[in-house]
Design a protein around this ligand. Sequence first.
Ligand SMILES: NC(=O)c1ccc[n+]([C@@H]2O[C@H](COP(=O)([O-])OP(=O)(O)OC[C@H]3O[C@@H](n4cnc5c(N)ncnc54)[C@H](OP(=O)(O)O)[C@@H]3O)[C@@H](O)[C@H]2O)c1
Length: 299
Amino acid sequence: MAVVAVVGASGTVGSVAARALLGRGHEVRVLGRCRQRLQPLVDAGAQALVGNLTDVDYLTAAFAGVNRVLTMLPIEGLAREHRSWQDLIGIAMIDAIAANSIEHGVFLSGLCADGEGDLGLIEALEAQERRLRELEGVNVLVLRIGTYFENLAAGIHGLRRDGVLVDAIEPDLPMAMVSAKDVGSIAARALDRPGYRGFVVREVLGERRLTLREVVGIVGARIGMPWASYEQASPESYVDGLMAGNFSRDVAVLLADLAVAFNEGRVRSDPSSARVDWPWTTFEDFADELTARYRAAAT
Ligand SMILES: NC(=O)c1ccc[n+]([C@@H]2O[C@H](COP(=O)([O-])OP(=O)(O)OC[C@H]3O[C@@H](n4cnc5c(N)ncnc54)[C@H](OP(=O)(O)O)[C@@H]3O)[C@@H](O)[C@H]2O)c1
């Protein structure tokens, strides 16, 4: 059995991965800023290491004696200079890996992380992929992932209130969408039995491509609002909406730039890249679960 560190372990992907690794008998270290949010994993047998990913000394100590690691660059909606913040974390992560004897790492990246033009929020992931590629003596699996179903959870409140989901993506753009929980299970499998050598990229595309118009139709039917609609905001009003929802201007602009990159076809699957095969959660399964949770919270 291996010693496995899970970065972002209180998050959606990390918590699923940590639980699965504990279930397979590994010694699991869970990293995050808040002990309380890590406690359910501690109760399940993990060791919590509380600290900030910007702190290279914390990370270096957390990775001491670790064989395998799940890494990511979290998103901080309030950050004023998000790219610099993510670069700081990315470099700290690389230094901490290099200072220890880690053999295998999985990195959660985005689709088309080596694509052309301004890719907004995805660009930091591309930079981290480059750093990981240069690491010597560590086998790295990069998962280039489509859009998480879970991103839509925030939008269900507006859908319920106004019958409209607003985003900056074109309504009929087919997008690779996937359950973040599936990604956690995929990462756990890759850390449980790491069959990759060197620097390996795999795309994680989910069951099928979906448009946001279809997504609203599926959720709308389940919440008793079959007339619910999708509305595409301009990048400018999308930024204003995000800032009203407490995002910093910098993060809002990075998200709007990413939406433009999607609309212009610059965030897409690479046909030459191998894909992960998985028993995917369907969007309908996710919508059933989301609706049940929403109903339970409303009663
Ligand atoms: N959303 C998408 O559609 C998408 C698509 C492709 C790839 N991805 C990648 O998938 C990754 C994981 O997604 P997710 O949904 O599981 O993320 P998440 O639920 O937002 O979780 C983020 C985790 O990072 C921790 N964290 C945040 N800032 C930290 C800091 N400064 N120091 C220490 N820990 C920190 C959080 O814990 P605490 O807050 O408790 O510290 C939490 O455990 C993302 O990083 C993203 O790059 C996302």
